[in-house]
Design a protein around this ligand. Structure first.
Ligand SMILES: [Mg+2]
Length: 295
C-alpha cells in the first residue's frame, strides 16, 4: 500500500464547488442584502420625499395663510384710515365776488376799460353776461382760479356762499363750474341769507370748515374759521382813484397771487389736520382774523 492511500481524505475546498463567485452562499446573502438595502433605500427615499413634499406643502399653506392674514390686516388698516379720513373730511366755503371773480355792469365801465368789450369774446377769463333780463355785466376771473378749484377740490368739500342773488350765482357758476364738479348744489345765496353769512346754513361740522372771503364783517359769528383774502379788483371801483388792473392792462400774478397763497395755506392746514389723527377742530390752525395778514 502506498503511503498516499493511507492518508485521511482532505476536506474539499468550498471554492471548488462552483465555477463563479456569485454562486457562493456568502455572496448570495450579500447580494440579497444589497437588494434589500437598495429596496429599503428606495422606500426611504420615497418616504423622505413624501414627507418633504408634505412639509413644503404645509409650509406653503402656512406662508399663504400668513400672507393672507397680513394682506387682510393691511386691507383693514387702509379701510380704517380711509374711514378716519372720510370722517375728517374738511369743508371749504368760498365767496364769489372779489374772491374768485369780479364783475361790473357794462354801462359803468370807464372809457379806459371799454377796450375790454372787444376782448371779451377772445379771452378765456372774461365774459359779458346778463341774467333775469338784467343789464349786461362783465365777469372777470381771478388769475389762478381754475388751478385753485382743481387742487382745493382734492382736499375739501367745497361750497359757495354769496350775498348776491341765486340767478347771479347760477350765471357765474355756469362759467367756473359748468358740470357742477366742484360745488354740486352746495350754493347759498342772499335769498337764504340776506343779512349776514352763517355756517348754520352749511351742512358741515363747524370745526372742520375753512371760509375764504374778502370781507370779514359778513361773518360775525364764525371769524375763527375765516381766512381773509385780498380783495380782487380788476375793474376800477367807484370812488377809487388808483389805476385798475384793466386800465393798466395787467393783472394779479398767477403763481404769486392771493389764490396761490391761500391754496398753499389750505394745503398746510389740511396736512396738519390729517397728521394729528385726534385733531377734531381745525380752527386753532387758522390765524386770528385780527392778527392775520390778508392773503
Ligand atoms: Mg366778496
Amino acid at each position: 500500500m502506498s503511503l498516499l492511500k493511507q492518508l485521511p481524505p482532505q476536506p474539499k475546498s468550498k471554492r471548488q464547488k462552483g465555477s463563479s463567485s456569485s454562486s457562493l452562499p456568502c455572496f448570495d446573502d450579500f447580494g440579497k442584502s444589497l437588494q434589500q438595502l437598495s429596496h429599503h433605500s428606495a422606500s426611504l427615499k420615497n418616504h423622505i420625499t413624501t414627507q418633504l413634499l408634505k412639509i413644503i406643502k404645509k409650509d406653503k399653506k402656512r406662508n399663504k395663510l400668513a400672507y393672507d392674514e397680513k394682506e387682510e390686516k393691511e386691507k383693514e388698516r387702509k379701510k380704517n384710515k380711509n374711514k378716519k379720513k372720510k370722517k375728517k373730511k374738511l369743508h371749504l366755503v368760498l365767496d364769489l365776488d372779489h374772491t374768485l371773480i369780479q364783475s361790473k355792469v357794462v354801462r359803468n365801465l370807464p372809457m379806459e376799460e371799454k377796450y375790454l368789450l372787444e376782448e371779451a369774446d377772445s379771452r378765456l377769463d372774461l365774459w359779458i353776461c346778463s341774467y333775469d333780463s338784467c343789464c349786461e355785466f362783465m365777469i372777470k376771473l381771478r388769475p389762478f382760479v381754475h388751478e385753485f378749484l382743481l387742487e382745493a377740490n382734492k382736499l375739501f368739500t367745497m361750497h359757495v356762499y354769496t350775498m348776491s342773488s341765486s340767478s347771479y350765482a347760477k350765471t357765474v357758476l355756469k362759467l367756473i363750474d359748468p358740470d357742477k364738479v366742484y360745488f354740486g348744489d352746495r350754493v347759498i345765496t342772499r335769498e337764504a341769507s340776506p343779512y349776514y353769512k352763517t355756517l348754520d346754513l352749511v351742512k358741515a361740522d363747524k370745526r372742520r370748515v375753512v371760509i375764504v372771503d374778502d370781507t370779514v364783517d359778513v361773518w360775525p359769528y364764525h371769524q375763527r374759521n375765516l381766512l381773509q383774502i385780498t380783495r380782487y379788483k380788476y375793474f376800477r371801483d367807484a370812488g377809487t382813484m388808483s389805476e385798475s388792473y384793466a386800465e393798466a392792462k395787467k393783472d394779479e400774478s398767477r403763481r404769486k397771487g392771493s389764490l396761490a397763497y391761500v391754496l398753499k395755506f389750505l394745503k398746510h392746514v389740511h396736512k396738519r389736520f390729517e397728521e394729528e389723527l385726534d385733531c377734531k377742530d381745525l380752527r386753532p390752525l387758522i390765524p386770528d382774523p385780527c392778527t392775520q395778514c390778508c392773503f
